[in-house]
Design a protein. Structure first.
Ligand code: FE2
Ligand code: FE2
Length: 140
């Protein structure tokens, strides 16, 4: 593994699509992903981590729905494929969170969580950025 490459991903204004709701959700996502990872790594009490996970899934679900609405509004041609990718990521997130709920030792969940966050960050950085060229032009 190449160290902490994932945690060098941070919100950058290059990720801005120009939609205030989706941009705010993406910005919050980077913070939540880092917070969840450091909570696991520092072995915070399980109740707190489970609460993080519950909020994380709820936010992710709301974000995907809002982003799909945005895609429909701008006529993004690959909406169906992108929605499938959201469903796949949500299923994977639920699996990892179920693992955290069931774990005796949370440090065991760190690798799976790390891989999931990496997949989610890559989704934002690669797939979500495809919306950019379909966004209506903004006044300079
Ligand atoms: Fe997104
Ligand atoms: Fe997306």
């Amino acid at each position: 593994m190449s160290g902490n490459a994932l945690w060098q991903y941070r919100w950058s204004d290059d990720f801005a699509l120009g939609d205030p709701i989706v941009d705010a959700q993406h910005r919050a996502f980077f913070e939540e992903a880092a917070a969840l990872r450091s909570a696991l790594a520092s072995e915070e009490p399980k109740d707190e981590i489970v609460a993080y996970c519950t909020a994380f899934i709820a936010n992710l679900r709301a974000h995907f729905a809002d982003e799909e609405q945005l895609m429909a509004r701008i006529g993004f041609p690959a909406l169906a494929v992108h929605r499938q990718e959201h469903e796949r990521l949500l299923a994977r997130t639920e699996e990892v969170v179920a693992g955290i709920h069931a774990a005796d030792c949370l440090i065991d969940c760190l690798l799976g969580t790390h891989a999931l966050m990496e997949a989610l960050v890559e989704h934002v950085a690669n797939q979500d950025m495809r919306l950019k060229s379909f966004m209506p032009r903004q006044c300079a």
